[in-house]
Design a protein around this ligand. Structure first.
Ligand code: CA
Length: 230
């Protein structure tokens, strides 16, 4: 079945452009112009992914994102935000609300198709790894039962925190994790750390991974991302 993408965009020209290119790439598309309709349509039709413009009339895209992620009926639908260029704080806030990725305007239609495909692929991989006990990526094997990371040269000795980090990254290649999200996932919501704590752990992990460490990319001003393989 083809994936169905719900486009939320008040500007008709942009929406048409997105629809055209997504349909060309084999996606089914649906389209609404404001936040209230987006929420209704998401509940009603359960799209496979929502492409959400943040600059919407009436209900702001950020609020739409929060409502989607707080509603059990829609929280598992991946959201890709479309943000204005240089609105770094928006991107961080959106990712923290649970958006899966973001695209900055102006974007190329090709980029949109690539990002949407990548998020959908990642969700698929995530579903598979829930039942499997090993993740293989970039020549690394992560054994979830044994808490071990193996390369062709043998196991890498990691701390529990480093192991959590690499597992989280490898389960969602291409996904951007903000420092706050990493702190929440690794140490829990009650932990009061500083951003530097995350950076320290990530750089130590990178060092231990040696040549594999380069797959953990720094996303400037936002956080980290594990490169997609292939
Ligand atoms: Ca807009």
């Amino acid at each position: 079945m083809d994936a169905r993408i719900l486009i939320v965009e008040d500007e008709r020209d942009i929406a048409d452009l997105l629809r055209y290119h997504l349909q060309e790439a084999g996606f089914e598309t649906d389209y609404v112009r404001d936040g209230a309709d987006a929420l209704h349509r998401a509940v009603e039709k359960t799209p496979d992914l929502i492409l959400l413009d943040l600059m919407l009339p009436e209900v702001d895209g950020m609020i739409v994102c929060r409502l989607l992620k707080n509603d059990p009926r829609t929280k598992n639908i991946p959201v890709v935000m479309v943000t204005a260029k240089d609105e770094e704080k928006d991107r961080v806030a959106g990712l923290e609300l649970g958006a899966d990725d973001y695209i900055t305007k102006p974007f190329s239609p090709r980029e949109v198709v690539l990002r949407v495909s990548a998020v959908l692929r990642r969700i698929q991989v995530g579903k598979q790894t829930e039942s499997t006990k090993q993740i293989e990526t970039h020549g690394l094997t992560i054994d979830l039962d044994k808490h071990q990371v193996l390369t062709e040269n043998g196991p890498i000795d990691l701390t529990a925190t480093e192991f959590k980090l690499i597992t989280l990254f490898a389960q969602s290649p291409g996904r951007v994790f903000t420092r706050d999200i990493l702190m929440d996932v690794i140490w829990g919501q009650d932990y009061y750390g500083i951003d530097r704590t995350v950076d320290t752990h990530v750089s130590r992990l990178r060092r231990k991974l040696g040549e594999f460490g380069e797959h953990i990319e720094t996303v400037h001003g936002v956080g980290y991302r594990f490169k997609e393989s292939g």
